[in-house]
Design a binder for this molecule. Sequence first.
Ligand code: DAH
Length: 355
Amino acid sequence: MSEFEKKIAEYKSKIKSSSKIEEIDLLRSEVFGKNGIINLEFKKLVELPLEEKKSFAANLNKIKQELQDIYKTKSTEILDKDIIEKVEKEKIDITLPEKEFKIGKVHPVSQVIDEISCIFSEIGFSVEEGPDVENEYNNFTALNTPENHPAKDMHDTFYLDKDMKTMLRTHTSPVQVRTMLKGKPPFKIIAPGRTYRSDSDQTHTPMFHQLEGLHIDKGINMGHLKGCLNYFIKEFFEVNKIKMRFRPSHFPFTEPSAEVDIGYRMENNKIIIGEGDKWLEILGCGMVHPNVLKNCKVDSKKFQGFAFGIGIDRLAMLKYGINDLRSFFECDYRWLNHYGFDPLDVPTNYRGLSR
Ligand code: DAH
């Protein structure tokens, strides 16, 4: 046995008997490295006579391959063993209880929707929903919107087709249409939801939230509307008295139409609702236009009623002192942690809304 063959036999048994990855890596460089025994042996090739070169190289390649196979088998075995040991050591019992609970927060918009639903449910309103993607008829035509109304403008509405027949709803009012078309009067519903308009600054975002209200029955008048809104605003802002005024306005779907302002004053940078001599517009409303009732298959000789539309985000900003509307939709965890609500503290009328 040559000196080289002896060394090879030695390395084979060393590789086979090693148990650590560092150990086997060292052996690898001693055997296959630049100055390893295989390479040194190959260097002898230059000195050999031509007729011996071929068989010498072939034999050496065979030895190299054998060693590589042994190395590969052993290193895989060591690595597998290491992984199994690691998994065994790091095993955790997922059935054990948590040491620390981190609870998520409810977004102020969701909180306000819950609060509003709670307030209106007390006086007999139920909650309806409609899709974000609406058709032209429900969003505009059925609501008595004239063909050339500015709200239909391409710049305001996100149309989803070239014919301008499908769009992201620009308000929650189409839920009025859907509700009346699928049922029979009386109707007493609110419909909270997402709405979309092409607008963006400190007080406008392309997606925002509205709440629609609709009460249709026999003999409903503006007095009922006023009483209903008065109750709602007092309950929502959790105050005993409010100042409220109706300003004449125009909406195609109501006649007469009004905008409602509430009185407030500022104290240490905080808005105090119900007192003071400043006015803030918070909603649009009116008596449902007979054309809308006709389009929704309701007999306007027998039934009439009121409708209103409120900006939910605006209410949340006012009640919880949040200045920038855009921050609502930035998904900043720190913001949510600060302004969000405890998910287990669901608003109810008897336990209090926001406390
Ligand atoms: N849809 C109106 C808007 O988005 C708001 C509104 C006004 C809704 C008057 C109503 C209403 O139901 O009666 O500006």
